[in-house]
Design a protein around this ligand. Sequence first.
Ligand SMILES: Nc1ncnc2c1ncn2[C@@H]1O[C@H](COP(=O)(O)OP(=O)(O)OP(=O)(O)O)[C@@H](O)[C@H]1O
Length: 594
Amino acid sequence: MTQPEATDGTAAGQTQEHSPREALALLAQAAAPERRGLVKGLGWLAVAAALEAIGPILGKHFIDNHVLPRQFDLGAMAGLLAAMLLSGWVASLTRYSQLRRMAAVARRSVLRLREQVYAHVMAQPMTFFDRSITGQLLSRITNDTDAVNNLYRQVLFVMLDSSIVVLGALVAMAWLDWRLMLIVLALVPASSGIIWLYQRASSGPVQRARALRADLNAQMAESMAGMAMLQSAGATARFAQRYEAVNQAQLGARVQELRANAWLLRPALDLLNVLLIVTVIFGFGQRELSGVEVGLLYAFLAYIARVVEPLIQITMQFSQLQQALVAASRVRALLREPVPATQQQASLTVPHGAIHFDHVSFGYKPDQPVLQNLDLKIEAGSFVGIAGHTGSGKSTLLALLLRFYSPGAGRILVDGQPLAQLPDEAFHQAVGLVPQEPYLVAGTVRDNIRMGRAISDERLEAAAKAARAYDFLSALPQGWDSRLGDGGLAVSTGQKQLIALARALAGDPRILLLDEATANIDSATEAQVSEALRALRGQVTVVAIAHRLSTIREADQIVVLNHGRLSERGTHEALMAIDGGIYQRLVQLQALED
Ligand SMILES: Nc1ncnc2c1ncn2[C@@H]1O[C@H](COP(=O)(O)OP(=O)(O)OP(=O)(O)O)[C@@H](O)[C@H]1O
């Protein structure tokens, strides 16, 4: 099948809106089943912040009531000190246990989210994958959901926890002296201003680094998928150079981002801290410094120390937070991609396997018809070969039968029932496919034919016999327990193709589709495939696209497509009798090639 063209990086329908609201909605949705646990956790964090806020007030009492008036009431002083220590410890313990609880909620939420995204992508129609670039899709499922994990950690731990601490300290300060509290409160807009400046300086590099990273992933996935082509074309060095260049650019963008952090963000926040302390001390200097004010000064300095660190924490996480928000909104956009509604009827089955293309038209793009008004009846149990020039629509016809796409006009009937209405299970049971590129999984011969289906060993062997694969499989070093696929035995393309045929037949299909299954195999194996197809006559409807016309020579009916229209139809002999016909010319061309 012709490879789809990738025009842009995003799957269609994926608007690139990166609003924080979208991202937060995603978090809320993924954590929804654990809302109670989260609310409880937040409640306990508030208790911890309140306990922490008590410390400096106790310290103030200690100074004002005991140290300055020189009232060394040992019992009361020990009580105050113990209360300070205890409240600190209990606060730390509470905070630690709640943060652990939230980390677990985050892990479980991301797990759920990843499963949801995967299932959603799997449910997409083929047109979605035509529009997406595999590497970017992979990156979306793995990296972006990882980034959502980060977002959880940051939103829940840094942002919420730090905000609660800041709030607790501000309330305590207001209670002590609201005017001084207002001075400290100025810290919030001042640090927001710094964040804004920082964002402006770093958003370019942040976006660039992110885009380049996605590019790196996409390049890697594409290179792996096309390794044979790259190596045979001697293009590996060039691709490595391209990868290196993007890698360098990504590093450059990251360094720029870190520079903005090191030269702007941290020094500015430190300066702010110093300014604040100076202002508060100056504020005290303006008053008549009575004894009582010393305790207050102590409490305020203690609170400032507590407020500044969480605020710095919030701001320092900002660039990561930005990335995580972008990733989360992308995941949400992916989840918004609509899954087409099916009108399947549970009662339908495929008892025979007769196919009727009832005036079917189809185009991948609305204005470019690929199949035009195709009217074709295929009897149950018959063998039909599809031939035609390259690009004539053969693979497209098969893609429609496989329900990868739906006809634009007309309909496809199987045993008189609309193909679209067959329930998935009945459809997969009824239709077997042998693709052009046979595909082996890492596992034994049995695993490779069974493919996780509940099929008895006897049935597997019968399928292997029908596919003419039994003899060579049994002769492998460990017979049917030999390992194939990644890290397993190397078998020839022809042998892989016989395994693929056995796999398709093991499911006992009513309809068997072959997509250029004999294009890359030797003549001896092709003869075996032809023999197998002959033997299926009367039992299974076979629709075979064959570039190699000898495979379909004995078909009951050969259908020739030309620019998406049915142009000739008949047995090999009948079509060869059409002088100047497309089929005749294709056969002659092939004879010349051979
Ligand atoms: N996924 C796709 N998206 C857009 N256009 C496509 C897609 N697949 C095929 N086409 C276009 O549809 C037309 C028919 O292609 P198709 O693959 O069905 O032809 P074919 O007869 O099977 O060709 P070949 O023998 O080369 O496999 C071509 O013009 C092709 O470019």
